[in-house]
Write a protein that binds this ligand. Structure first.
Ligand code: DGJ
Length: 730
């Protein structure tokens, strides 16, 4: 049993393989948090909740003289605004009389096998034997606002998921100004928050900050999860590292606005809340209506950031990314974007594809520019009909020609957008998000289609289906190249405009569900100007996301390093691009560009026709290598061996097959030095007593020697040289 209820104590205990979450109904009915951390057996930990009159900390009316029973200091499961807890809250409701309060008390609960349902929202997938659910019903007596807290326990996967359903059982409308998904109250202060910030073409840089007194928040109000911030954070001990320390991961299964807000309170306890960002959010619940929040995945590891990441990587593979994609190797692709941008013809693409096919590349992806009047980024978006001037054979004819030369066909789409200069915009100007009487903010000359509207979604489904049927595509890249602004829908009344951003995301999920469900054999890749929507929500539909528009291998080391904390390597879109790199002007050897792209889905985005004979030979070898190793990369465990924040000379990472019989270690020299110190790299994750051999070498190694003594790093001469070691158990 992973969920235990002890009625005499009104105590709920949730166990995963390595963690315990516990809570208790307090003596006045509030749901109090007692513990979250390393697994603890058979113990009522409510002794950890201590009460003391702290002064200027009010108490619920019935508590009267019990001045230590203050919501302002007690650890809680779902704190609310307006009733004496001044810390960051999960729920902020306004009632018809203008009052802003909700005090939630326990009513009942339900425990069952399997998972709770979040209609319209992506969430973790698990069978009745893999998961148990606890639902706790709380009610605000005065307003009859009800909250059902959902706890999903995936014992073996070692995670707990949370979400909630807020329902208006009263007679008058309630407006929700804040409806977050979860709160974690921990008794200790002095904790770090690790978050992932960035910008276009430089996503997911690691930032580590001590949680201050006062609030520390990261989030997005851009309508997407964003390049600038990522809906995944880690709370950890101040000295936690790759292999030690208590670490708590929080992943938001959502692709729109989000907030993760942490604070150290007046008595040095830590609180963190996560959910839809309240800025611009206002959701009206009429009598009987309910609002369901997106899900948060909670992961705890007592032994460091590396194990935390690997627990999450396994979770994505087993319970988030549709399984059908993980069972087989994905094709090695060539994408034409960095080669041609909009400037291509069928002839040009076919000749590129032919050369690629000769090198062993298996899939040709035609990126932006194939439709409507799309000869630059100022026109054509929204017009999903082929541009015959560029592709005289049409989609069907062109893809047929590709198949005839042994290549699969992949296509780029950006369904959510429209250029003002397009037939779609001219026909339906009211279909995009913009505010009457205001000139909308433009990004890349495009506007956002109002996906909260059913008619818009129907149109997109029909048009994109035609494209897929006609082209027989076996891969689709779903791009999204701007943030939301001027968020206003012509289809909703004034009182509902605060709902548009979330309704947009719900509409997006409905469209993704429908398209990926109708075309399950297509390999779907998410994208938003690179990694602007790299989140668990998208991964519930698509097995990979283009990680960044920055294809400079050296920059990618940092981006992929940050990404690996919360996301599996098999989902990281990574390509070998041209020399000189288009984003930075840097020159990196072809071998190293491939080494870095191998820590991802692996493909090319360069004019392979320009390669000389020896480079062509290198590419053939890279492809053979990738095919040889990809099962370890797709299915194995990933270890960060160095950090770009602390090691300026080397970057190293390692994959280990689950059965510990094979391992692949990649090393890149970041900064060659004169007369350099010798370096060795201590490997991880091998079997201590097993005997291993490094491919191409005679020496036999014990696993313990590779892990504790370490592997001598060869002297890498010249800029950004690299090498890898394939290690096999004898
Ligand atoms: C942004 C993507 O990240 C690029 O790879 C490319 O597809 C362009 N959009 C095309 O407009």
């Amino acid at each position: 049993m992973s969920i235990i209820y002890t009625p005499e104590k009104k105590l709920f205990t949730l166990h995963t393989a390595g963690s315990t979450w516990q809570m208790k109904v307090g003596r006045y009915g509030h749901l109090l948090h007692t513990y979250y951390g390393k697994r603890v057996e058979d113990m009522d930990l409510s002794c950890l909740i201590r009460e003391m009159n702290r002064g200027f900390c009010g108490v619920p009316y019935e508590a009267g003289e019990e001045r230590g029973y203050s919501l302002d200091t007690l650890p809680q499961e779902y704190p609310t605004f307006g009733v004496g807890d001044y810390r960051t809250a999960c729920l902020h409701a306004i009632h018809e009389d203008g009052s802003q309060a909700a005090e939630l008390r326990y009513v009942s609960h339900r425990i069952y096998d399997g998972r709770y349902q979040l209609p319209g929202l992506p969430s973790v997938r698990a069978s009745g034997t893999e998961a148990q659910t606890l639902e706790i019903l709380l009610r605000d007596k005065s307003s009859e606002l009800e909250v059902v807290l959902y706890y999903g326990v995936l014992e073996q996967a070692d995670v707990i998921t949370r979400a909630c359903r807020i329902q208006n059982r009263g007679k008058t409308p309630v407006r929700l100004l804040r409806a977050l998904s979860c709160c974690v109250d921990l008794p200790d202060g002095n904790m770090d928050l690790i978050s992932f910030h960035g910008r276009h073409a430089m996503e997911r840089n690691v930032q580590r900050t001590r949680i201050p007194h006062g609030r520390l928040s990261v989030g997005s109000t851009r309508g997407t999860s964003s390049h600038q911030s990522n809906p995944f954070v880690i709370l950890c001990d101040p000295d936690a590292g790759e292999e030690w320390g208590n670490c708590y991961g929080m992943t938001f299964v959502y692709s729109g606005n989000f907030l993760a807000e942490a604070e150290t309170d007046q008595t040095d306890q830590t609180r963190i809340v996560m959910g839809i960002h309240p800025d611009g959010f206002c959701w009206t619940l009429e009598e009987g209506e309910a609002f369901v929040t997106p899900e948060v995945i909670l992961t705890f590891r007592p032994d460091g950031l590396g194990p935390l990441s690997r627990t999450l990587h396994d979770l994505y593979r087993e319970h988030l990314i549709p399984r059908r994609f993980l069972e087989k190797r994905r094709p090695i692709l060539l994408n034409n974007w960095e080669v041609t941008e909009f400037d291509f013809t069928e002839e040009k693409l076919l000749s590129l594809a032919e050369s690629a096919s000769g090198l062993g590349i298996e899939l040709f992806v035609m990126d932006d520019g194939w439709f409507g009047e799309r000869n630059h980024d100022r026109s054509g978006l929204g017009d999903w009909t082929v541009n015959h001037a560029k592709l005289p054979s049409g989609l069907h004819g062109f893809s047929e020609k590709l198949r005839n030369i042994g290549m699969k066909f992949g296509i780029w789409i950006e369904p959510e957008m429209v250029n003002e200069d397009s037939a779609l915009f001219r026909a339906h100007p009211d279909w995009c998000l913009q505010i009457p009487g205001r000139s909308p903010n433009l990004e890349r000359c495009q506007l956002v289609l109002d996906l909260s509207r059913q008619d818009v979604r129907e149109h997109l489904f029909a048009r994109i289906s035609e494209v897929l049927d006609e082209s027989q595509a076996s891969y689709v890249k779903w791009d999204m190249n701007r943030n939301l602004s001027d968020v206003w829908s012509a289809a909703l009344p004034a009182s509902r405009q605060g709902e548009v951003s979330h309704r947009y995301v719900l509409g997006l999920y409905e469209l993704m569900e429908r398209l990926t469900g109708t075309y399950p054999d297509i390999l779907w890749e998410g994208c938003s100007g690179g990694g602007g929507r790299f989140d668990a929500g998208i991964f519930c539909y698509m097995p990979q996301i283009w990680c960044s528009d920055n294809t400079d291998a050296v920059e990618r080391i940092r981006i992929q390093y940050g990404t690996s904390f919360g996301y599996p390597i098999c989902a990281v879109g990574a390509h070998v691009s041209a020399d000189v790199n288009q984003q930075t002007g840097r020159r990196v050897p072809l071998e190293t560009r491939a080494e870095v792209a191998m820590a991802g889905t692996f493909g090319y985005e360069m004019d392979v026709q320009k390669l000389d004979a020896s480079e062509q030979e290198q590419v053939r070898r890279q492809i053979q290598n990738y095919i040889r190793f990809e099962h370890i990369i797709r299915l194995g465990d990933y270890y960060r061996l160095t950090s770009p924040d602390t090691d300026e000379t080397l970057a190293a990472w390692q994959f280990v097959a689950k059965d510990l019989t094979e391992s692949l270690v990649s090393i890149v020299a970041l900064h060659p030095k004169a007369n350099p110190p010798f370096r060795r790299i201590r490997l991880r994750g091998l079997k201590e007593y097993a005997v291993y051999r490094i491919d191409g070498e005679d020496q036999i190694w014990k696993g313990s020697a590779l892990m504790y003594a370490g592997l001598p790093v060869p002297l890498l001469w010249g800029d950004y040289q690299s090498c890898h070691f394939y290690i096999r158990r004898l």
